[in-house]
Structure formats: C-alpha cells, structure tokens
Write a protein that binds this ligand. Structure first.
Ligand code: CMP
Length: 137
C-alpha cells in the first residue's frame, strides 16, 4: 500500500549534522522516495497548527521553543507502508526507551529533542503535508 508521510528532522538533528545520516536511512528503504524537501525555521504560528493536539500540555511551550530554535528539514516521503515504516525507523518518542538501531535509540537522550517527527496516520499525514507544503496536492 503506497502512502505518503510528513517527516521533520528537528533542530537538534540539523545542528548536530545528522541530516545525511537520517535521510540516508530513509533513502535506503526500497522504493521510498522524497517528493518534497525544504530547510526552514518554523515560527509559532505553524507550530501551533502542527502541534494542535498538544496545545496546553506541560511540554508544549518548551517544545515550541525548541522547535523554533533553529532550522528543520521538512520532507514528504512516499512509498510502501511509509507511515508505519518511518515511525519504525525513528523508534519510540523517548530516546532512552528506543532500541539501538532506531534513529532515536542511536542518537537521542532527551524526549523533547528526539531528532525526527513522522506522521502517525494517513489523516495526520494529509493534514501535516498541507501545513508544510500547501502547494503540493
Ligand atoms: P513527536 O512525537 O514528533 O511530537 C510531539 C513531540 O512533543 C514529541 O515528538 C517530543 O518532541 C515532544 N514530547 C512529547 N512528549 C513529551 C514529554 N513528555 N516531554 C517533553 N517533550 C515531549
């Protein structure tokens, strides 16, 4: 089942020079392709849309501060079961709980600074792609 997903390489990944490493893992999955890619610094307005479900949670304000602290790489990735697949490559939210071999497990220690975001469902993917790449259908 071919799908598409919205992937963000978070400011920690960009600052630490892990963009190539993470994109390489995505590119090496058979048949997955990057159909949009942009380096950009996010403002509060776009983060409020992206993280609408988290507004008001205790981690929300620090999350916005972190996510706007430097550029991110936003991408649309397409391919076979890519929504479940990128989340499997990323590992669980908490990098200490994430297994070795996953992106968060290999490179992260802090739950907020967990390197990568990937859409969690087809509905989220379509909503998030519209936020970050309103020009693509
Ligand atoms: P992600 O799953 O991409 O989207 C929500 C983000 O909020 C999550 O990654 C983390 O960066 C952050 N987050 C989620 N839960 C917590 C938490 N308990 N403490 C700090 N940050 C969190």
């Amino acid at each position: 089942m071919s799908q598409r997903t919205l992937v963000l390489l978070k400011p920690d990944a960009v600052k630490r020079g892990l963009v190539g490493e993470i994109i390489g893992r995505i590119e090496r999955k058979a048949g997955w392709t990057i159909s949009a890619l942009e380096l950009r610094t996010l403002d509060r307005a776009i983060l409020e849309q992206h993280y609408a479900e988290h507004v008001g949670r205790d981690f929300y304000e620090p999350l916005v501060a972190f996510m706007s602290s430097g550029p991110v790489v936003a991408m649309v990735v397409g391919g076979e079961r890519v929504i479940e697949g990128v989340r499997a490559l990323a590992g669980p939210t908490d990098p200490i709980a994430a297994p070795s071999g996953s992106i968060r497990g290999d490179f992260g220690t802090i739950t907020r600074e967990n390197l990568i975001h990937a859409s969690d469902s087809e509905e989220s993917a379509e909503r998030e792609i519209k936020i970050f790449f309103p020009g693509i259908s």
